[in-house]
Design a protein around this ligand. Structure first.
Ligand code: FPP
Length: 224
């Protein structure tokens, strides 16, 4: 059985779910947050050490201002209400992406990271204002400046995922089969599962089914 150390998730389908059931995309984001909570609990139950969630891409700035503000308010309230609980559960929160939000949100994100820095049970990486191509260009620039040898090990030191092992498993919900500029380097050998359900409909049972399938895959990493 394959060890499972790191799960990455593209949480897609909030908008469609919201429009279908509540006539509002934002209602879908709110419902999506409940799924986030369920999946965090189930990740702990499965003793998985890293969970990376794609919450906001560099491309998501093209959405209407109203939706962007709603998403960041949702995140702000979530952190204000839940960070103590996450900390008590020994969960570490790390933001991957450029923190150039409002001064208030930046401060809250920094405080949340600092508070949970030493926690060991599970590390949640929240990809916020994240784009893989930007990350790679930046990493190559910094590696070049450092004059170190250009190789995989040295490059990974300049990625936003420094010190985080690569994901073993990527799940994308929402019946869409693409990577959307997410962890393009880090996913080189991940097993990829595309799930038809929209993110707010995705549940513990669906997650465990994928984990079980993942554990039974023969992973070759190029060997036979
Ligand atoms: C993609 O669905 C989802 C997002 C861009 C936002 C993800 C946010 C959440 C799951 C809730 C908030 C999370 C935190 C941690 C506060 P989409 O809107 O692109 O869906 P669509 O393809 O149906 O339009």
């Amino acid at each position: 059985m394959n060890p499972l150390n790191h799960v990455a998730i593209i949480m897609d389908g909030n908008g469609r779910w919201g429009l279908k059931y509540k006539k509002s995309r934002n209602a879908g984001h709110k419902a999506g947050l409940n799924t986030v909570e369920k999946i965090i609990k189930e990740t702990i139950k499965n003793k998985i050490k890293f969970l990376t969630l794609y919450a906001f891409s560099t491309e998501n700035w093209k959405r209407p201002k109203k939706e962007i503000n709603f998403l960041f308010d949702l995140l702000e309230n979530f952190l204000k209400e839940r960070i103590n609980e996450l900390h008590k559960q020994n969960i570490k929160l790390k933001i991957i992406g450029l923190k150039n939000f409002s001064p208030k949100l930046n401060k809250l994100l920094n405080l949340s990271e600092k508070k949970t820095l030493k926690n060991k049970r599970l590390q949640i990486n929240l990809a916020l204002n994240y784009g893989s191509k930007f990350e790679l260009i930046n990493a190559f620039k910094n590696l070049q400046k450092s004059k170190e040898k250009i190789n995989e090990k040295n490059l990974s030191k300049y990625l936003l995922t420094k010190n985080i092992p690569d994901p073993d498993l990527l799940i994308r919900t929402g019946n869409t089969r693409r990577l959307s500029n997410f962890l393009l380097w880090q996913l080189a050998y991940a097993e990829i599962f595309f799930e038809n359900k929209l993110w707010p409909e995705f549940n513990e049972k669906d997650y465990n089914k994928i984990i079980k399938k993942f554990k039974n895959i023969k992973r070759n990493f190029g060997k036979i």
